[in-house]
Design a protein around this ligand. Structure first.
Ligand code: ZN
Ligand code: FE
Length: 255
């Protein structure tokens, strides 16, 4: 296992991530929410930041680019489609590109919807996905810029990744996501089990991350928009999955 992953809280409910390619010693921050917790984690582990991988333009993912660049002279990689809205990017990437961190290779996957140019980073060798605000555990990001059809298409691509893929998302929203999920998919046994586990984790002060893709496929209602159960829950039996997805997203906005 050549990739070590450090997960820590940042800002009010963001996750901070550092990934360490043990073969080369290179260390990347996945997004740049806040300088202080990132620097503290680097010091705790004795790592030096070499790269920053940015998923989308929102401030809670980009605010620390400038101070981290100043401090470490780190190389910053981010979404080509949002280059006009993010300052400090050195390398621009989009879906189908790869990003290397020493011997670790990340595939870039387009996941539009929360923002139009949102990208995710997937390492096939390590089977880890950094999905930021495109896909949460038991939920998805709010659809600020895209449309339901495009967002569903990105999620459909994520659904094809290996089931054992560990998903590291942008925020600790799992408990509130579970409440909505249960409201639209109340008979789902896998969801009930997961919701209980999430409650236990939060009570114990533990993060609910990572979740595996196979668990999400069974319990996340947004990934289940192509099932008869969720179509029926949205009164859209027979409709295309993206329409069910759009209805779920709207229902969550008003939940
Ligand atoms: Zn965001
Ligand atoms: Fe965010």
């Amino acid at each position: 296992m050549p990739l070590e992953i450090a997960l820590f809280p940042a800002l009010s409910d963001n996750f901070g991530y550092l990934v360490h390619d043990t073969a080369s010693g290179r260390v990347a921050a996945i997004d740049a929410p806040d300088e202080a917790p990132i620097v503290a984690e680097l010091e705790k582990r004795g790592w030096t930041l070499t790269d920053i991988l940015i998923t989308h333009h929102h401030a809670d993912h980009t605010d620390a680019i400038a101070p981290l660049k100043r401090r470490f002279d780190a190389h910053v990689i981010g979404p080509r489609e949002e280059s006009g809205r993010i300052s400090g990017l050195d390398t621009l990437v989009g879906g189908g590109d790869t990003v290397t961190l020493g011997e670790t290779v990340f595939e870039v996957i387009d996941v539009p919807g929360h923002t139009l140019g949102h990208i995710a980073f997937f390492s096939p060798a390590d089977k880890v996905l950094f999905s930021a605000d495109a896909l949460f555990s038991l939920g998805v990001g709010r659809m600020f810029e895209g449309d339901a059809e495009g967002m569903w298409k990105g999620l459909e691509r994520l659904k094809t990744l290996p089931g054992e893929t560990r998903i590291y998302c942008g925020h600790e929203y799992t408990l509130s996501n579970a409440k909505f999920a249960l409201s639209v998919d109340p008979e789902n046994a896998a969801l009930k089990t997961r919701a209980n586990e999430v409650q236990r984790q939060r009570d114990a002060g533990e993060p609910t991350i990572p979740a595996t893709l196979s668990d999400e496929l069974a319990a996340n209602p947004f990934l289940r928009a192509d099932t008869p159960e969720l179509a029926q829950a949205m009164n859209l039996s027979g409709a295309p999955a993206w329409q069910v997805f759009g209805a779920l997203r709207k229902a969550k906005d008003n939940f």
